[in-house]
Ligand binder design. Structure first.
Ligand SMILES: CC(C)(COP(=O)(O)OP(=O)(O)OC[C@H]1O[C@@H](n2cnc3c(N)ncnc32)[C@H](O)[C@@H]1OP(=O)(O)O)[C@@H](O)C(=O)NCCC(=O)NCCS
Length: 148
């Protein structure tokens, strides 16, 4: 497995993964295109051994002078629960720590998404707020914060 920066040639593969899991809440192709062009942290995890297929990805944008926002994170279904998410998140947090002036990472997670919440808590993210009706299907989200 290896981690690399997402490029324009990955757009369709990323969009297909995104739609498969997030369905109606999926990012549009235009948004993913813009995120690739903007040079934020947009990393892909690649299988590497059997193929160069993308196993998962993570997107971080800087939304304040001292803060980044983890806006998307996904590991392909058949690769979940094998340590891939931990590996990609750990790599990304290390990269963020090297950014000058960044003091916090924030994210929103579906309040029913126990696996993701547990993973974030493993990296010391704390739940600071519950936001009702955050998603299209009216499900709530937690705002989580990591001070770095
Ligand atoms: C959340 C997600 C990225 C985690 O990735 P992953 O590769 O499965 O995570 P890991 O294998 O590193 O596991 C992380 C922890 O969750 C646990 N876990 C993972 N899948 C699990 C499952 N299906 N049931 C129970 N626990 C599970 C692991 O045991 C591990 O705990 P540990 O560190 O105490 O052993 C992945 O499940 C995913 O893509 N989900 C769909 C999209 C999503 O929810 N994204 C987050 C949006 S905010």
């Amino acid at each position: 497995m290896r981690i690399d920066t997402v490029e324009l040639k990955d757009l369709d593969e990323i969009y297909n993964l995104e739609r498969k899991f997030f369905k109606k809440d999926a990012f549009s192709k235009d948004l993913i295109f813009n995120l690739i062009m903007k040079n934020f942290f947009f990393f892909k995890l690649i299988d590497g051994e059997l193929s160069n297929e993308i196993i998962g990805f993570i997107i971080i944008i800087q939304d304040r002078e001292d803060r980044v926002n983890l806006i998307n994170f996904l590991i392909r279904k058949r690769n979940q629960n094998k340590g891939c998410g931990t590996y990609l998140l750990s790599y990304t947090i290390k990269k963020v720590k090297k950014m000058p002036n960044i003091k916090t990472i924030v994210l929103n997670v579906n309040s029913k998404n126990k696996v993701a919440i547990k993973l974030y808590q493993k990296f010391n993210f704390r739940i600071v707020q519950k936001i009702e009706n955050y998603y299209r299907q009216k499900e709530g989200a937690y705002l989580m914060v990591l001070n770095i």
